[in-house]
Design a binder for this molecule. Structure first.
Ligand SMILES: Cc1cc2nc3c(=O)[nH]c(=O)nc-3n(C[C@H](O)[C@H](O)[C@H](O)COP(=O)(O)OP(=O)(O)OC[C@H]3O[C@@H](n4cnc5c(N)ncnc54)[C@H](O)[C@@H]3O)c2cc1C
Length: 477
């Protein structure tokens, strides 16, 4: 029999005839990729090499109209649907097995409206592409994450933590409006004055409400030279450093963002001989403000204990954003988990010390994001993101190369997370949630009191749950 076989929303088989496929493709600005196509394997490759999915049909969209046609097709025929932004979701949610993928890889343009300090970001653009459009020519940036190949869409829809979080809030907090294709195939504008419920939901609620074809996000003036201080301490000094950091952040200026990481000292001349390749604690300290202020604010952290090395530098923002890039190549094996903690308590520090030393892979890091500042001043119900009370986000980022080491790394991550959640809280940051969990539980814990409202908005815009291959908010009512 001719045509292609697709998976339905309820797991049933759906056959699209050749003539229907040809007609559908003829109406697109973009193009189709089917399993027989030579581009298929490249098109279904994901950042996380642990995940392999085989969609039945990938549609490389080139316009909002293309996206609307895909949504109509999926809804009318009951086809399982996934949406690919930057393809960097840790859980691999950009693809679905057997279904249709709305692939935004070719929709990545970024346009700056400098007069109004706004940037228009297409649904498939990466963080690096956004910075390249806003910073060199205009000295402007919008808050995002810290690795340039990550997709803006997936990151911003669930929050988006980065160096500017304490100064300007999450990526989601800086969304001024979106163009979104909803389940009925319409292209809607959502902003403070148009569809305000949808606008509230997309700021933290994820991809359950439709396909965002374009974000309008706020820009902020950013210095031409930015300090990224990176003192590195031996593991034995880590508890004292972390206690100092905990106290220091209580009154730290919003400009100062610290990302701590139990990691591995690099084999480079900046690290004292004998410490290269050893377990270590990094403080990565970014200051979004004048260099004189940066020196003053950063010095106490750099000097709180003797270091084994220091990678501090002053550079343009676009270079700061590349600091981690080479540590997260495409296709490596990744298993990441995350949890919020109200405080970095002594028992948590003790547990982290134990976990740092038992890492099965020296590529793995345990990251500690200092929250607070502008991020922390947004009310729990102001955006869908939810409570901002936690002072720290703890991420277990297990990274390794050999598939034979999968079990050891996954087991270590799960065990460590369980232990830390007993001391912290069980709420997970969904952008770092990874796979292998009960997603319904994660969603419930993450959104807390906001879940009810999110489910009602979902019922209004997607009553049959067409957009479900994500950290799914089910329609209520
Ligand atoms: C190397 C790396 C570094 C990271 N660093 C950070 C960081 O610094 N801060 C942080 O907060 N997070 C970070 N993350 C986590 C990241 O935010 C999530 O993995 C996010 O899902 C990536 O978005 P994406 O568009 O690349 O993902 P995709 O895999 O394309 O999509 C992710 C989810 O969003 C949905 N989606 C994507 N595009 C759209 C759209 N246009 N409209 C509607 N739904 C859409 C997808 O359906 C899917 O459910 C990082 C991840 C990686 C892999």
């Amino acid at each position: 029999m001719s045509g292609i076989l697709l998976k339905g929303l309820e797991g049933q088989e759906i056959r699209l005839k050749n003539q229907d496929i040809s007609l559908f493709e003829a109406g697109l600005d973009g193009y189709l990729i089917v399993p027989a196509n030579e581009k298929y394997n490249t098109a279904r490759a994901l950042w996380n090499g642990m995940i392999e999915r085989k969609p039945g049909l990938i549609v490389r969209c080139r316009s909002s109209e293309d996206v609307m046609k895909c949504v109509d097709l999926a809804r009318e025929r009951g086809i399982l649907l996934a949406v690919r932004g930057g393809g960097h979701n840790v859980a691999g949610n950009a693809l679905c097995d057997g279904g249709l993928v709305i692939d935004l890889t070719e929709m990545r343009s970024v346009r700056v409206d400098a007069d109004n300090a706004l940037v228009l970001i297409d649904g498939g653009a990466t963080l690096g592409e956004v910075d390249s459009a806003t910073y060199p020519a205009h000295g402007l940036t919008t808050p995002m994450g810290v690795v340039t190949a990550t997709g803006y869409a997936g990151l911003a829809l669930h929050g988006g933590m980065g160096w500017q979080m304490r100064k300007y809030g999450l990526a989601a907090d800086n969304i001024a409006g979106v163009d979104i294709v909803t389940a009925d195939g319409r292209l809607l504008r959502a902003g403070p004055d148009e569809n305000p419920d949808l606008y509230w939901a997309v700021r933290g609620g994820g991809g359950s409400f439709g396909v965002v074809t374009s974000f309008t996000s706020r820009l902020h003036s950013t210095p031409r030279q930015v300090m990224l201080a990176v003192p590195i301490f031996s593991l034995e000094r880590a508890p004292e450093v972390l206690r100092f950091l905990r106290d220091y952040m209580v009154d730290a200026p919003d400009e100062l963002m610290v990302l701590g990481a139990f990691w591995t000292a690099p084999d480079t001349p900046e690290i004292a001989p004998g410490n290269r390749g050893a377990h270590a604690l990094f403080l990565m300290i970014c200051f979004i403000g004048p260099l004189e202020d940066a020196e003053k604010a950063v010095a106490p952290l750099r000097n709180c204990q003797p270091v084994i090395g220091d990678l501090t530098s002053i550079k343009p923002w676009t270079e700061v954003q590349k600091f981690f890039d080479e540590d997260y190549p495409d296709g490596r094996r990744y298993y990441w988990k995350s949890t919020f903690a109200d405080e970095l308590t002594d028992p948590i520090i003790d547990a982290l010390m134990e976990h740092a030393q038992s890492r099965p892979s020296m590529l793995t890091s345990i990251d500690l994001w200092s929250m607070g500042g502008a991020y922390g001043r947004v009310g729990a119900e102001e955006t869908a993101f939810g409570s901002r009370e936690a002072k720290v986000t703890i991420n277990y980022e297990s990274n390794w190369i050999d598939p034979g080491e999968d079990d050891a790394n996954v087991e270590w991550t799960r065990k460590s997370l369980r232990q830390i959640q007993e001391l912290a809280q069980s709420r997970t940051y969904l952008n770092f949630a990874g796979f292998g969990e009960d997603q319904e539980r994660l969603v419930k814990e993450n959104f807390g009191k906001n879940l009810d409202r999110l489910q009602q908005i979902k019922a209004a815009y997607d009553p049959h749950n067409l957009f479900r291959t994500n950290f799914n908010i089910r329609p209520k009512g």
